[in-house]
Design a binder for this molecule. Structure first.
Ligand code: PGA
Length: 253
C-alpha cells in the first residue's frame, strides 16, 4: 500500500500541560504500528525538543512550523535550519496560508525556504492552495502553477523529489467546511501531472489535503487515489481525535 503522511499542525496552540497530556494519551492508547505510513506532529517550536524523545519511541516524527532563510546572525526572533537539525527535526512546514496572509510571505520567499530545507537534507511540507475568490474566478490552477513555478525556478526541475506538498484550499481552512474529496482529487491529479511535466522521473509525489479535516471526513479524502495524506489543524489539538483520524484513515485495526 502507498505511504500516507498524516500531520497534526497545532499552529499557535499548546502549553506544557497540553504537551504532557497529549503525550500521555498517545503512550497509553497508541497500540498499532503505522506500517509504511508516516505520522508527524507540528507543535509550536518551543515544545519541539520536549516532545522529541517520547515521540521517537512511538515512531512519530516532529515538524517545525517555520524556518528562517538565514543560517545564523542578527535576525532577532528567527529559528535556523541548523538549530532545527540540531534537535533532530526532519520536517518543516512552509508556505502555510496563515504565514502568507499574516506575515506577507510571497511565493519567491517561500521558494528560498524550500530550497534551503532541501539543501540541508530535511523535508519541506509545502502548503499551496487558492482563496475563495480565486476559486470563484476559475483561477485555482493558475494560482497553483505560480506557486509551483516559483519552486522550480529556484530548485530546478527535480525540486519535488523527497518532499511533501499540502494542498490546502484557503476557504476550507479553519472554517469547518471541508472541500469535496472528488474536487480535491482532481486538483491533486493536476498537481502531479504538472510536476511530472517538469520532471518525468518524479514518480512518488506526495500530496496531502488540508482544510477542516476531522474524524468523520478523513477517510473520504485518503480513499481518493491521489490524496496521500492529511494536514490537520484544529481537529489535531485533541489527542483522542487525532488518534481517531489516524486509525480511520490508515485502516489500522
Ligand atoms: P484546519 O487547519 O484543519 O483547522 O482547517 C488546517 C491547516 O491549516 O493546516
Amino acid at each position: 500500500m502507498k505511504t500516507k503522511i498524516i500531520v497534526a499542525n497545532w499552529k499557535l496552540n499548546g502549553s506544557i500541560e497540553m504537551v504532557s497530556n497529549y503525550l500521555n494519551y498517545l503512550k497509553n492508547n497508541l497500540l498499532n504500528e503505522f506500517k509504511n505510513n508516516i505520522i508527524i506532529i507540528s507543535p509550536p517550536a518551543i515544545y519541539l525538543e520536549r516532545m522529541y524523545e517520547d515521540l521517537r519511541h512511538l515512531n512519530i516524527f516532529l515538524a517545525a512550523q517555520n524556518v528562517d532563510i538565514n543560517l545564523k546572525g542578527a535576525f532577532t526572533g528567527e529559528i535556523s535550519i541548523l538549530m532545527l537539525k540540531d534537535i533532530g527535526i526532519r520536517y518543516i512546514i512552509i508556505g502555510h496560508s496563515e504565514r502568507r496572509l499574516f506575515h506577507n510571505e510571497k511565493n519567491d520567499y517561500i521558494a528560498k525556504k524550500f530550497d534551503l530545507i532541501k539543501n540541508h537534507n530535511t523535508i519541506p511540507i509545502l502548503c499551496i492552495g487558492e482563496t475563495e475568490v480565486e476559486k470563484k474566478n476559475g483561477q485555482t490552477k493558475k494560482v497553483i502553477e505560480e506557486q509551483l513555478n516559483s519552486i522550480f525556478r529556484i530548485s530546478g526541475p527535480s525540486a519535488f523529489r523527497n518532499t511533501v506538498i499540502a494542498y490546502e484550499p484557503i476557504w476550507a481552512i479553519g472554517t469547518g467546511i471541508a472541500s469535496d474529496p472528488e474536487y480535491v482529487q482532481t486538483i491533486h491529479k493536476f498537481i502531479k501531472c504538472y510536476i511530472q511535466k517538469h520532471d518525468i522521473m518524479s514518480k512518488n509525489i506526495i500530496i496531502q489535503y488540508g482544510g477542516s479535516v476531522n474524524s468523520s471526513n478523513a477517510k473520504d479524502f485518503v480513499n481518493q487515489p491521489d490524496i496521500d495524506g492529511l494536514l490537520i489543524g484544529s481537529a489535531s489539538l485533541n489527542a483522542k481525535n487525532f488518534l481517531k483520524i489516524i486509525d480511520t484513515s490508515l485502516n489500522i485495526d
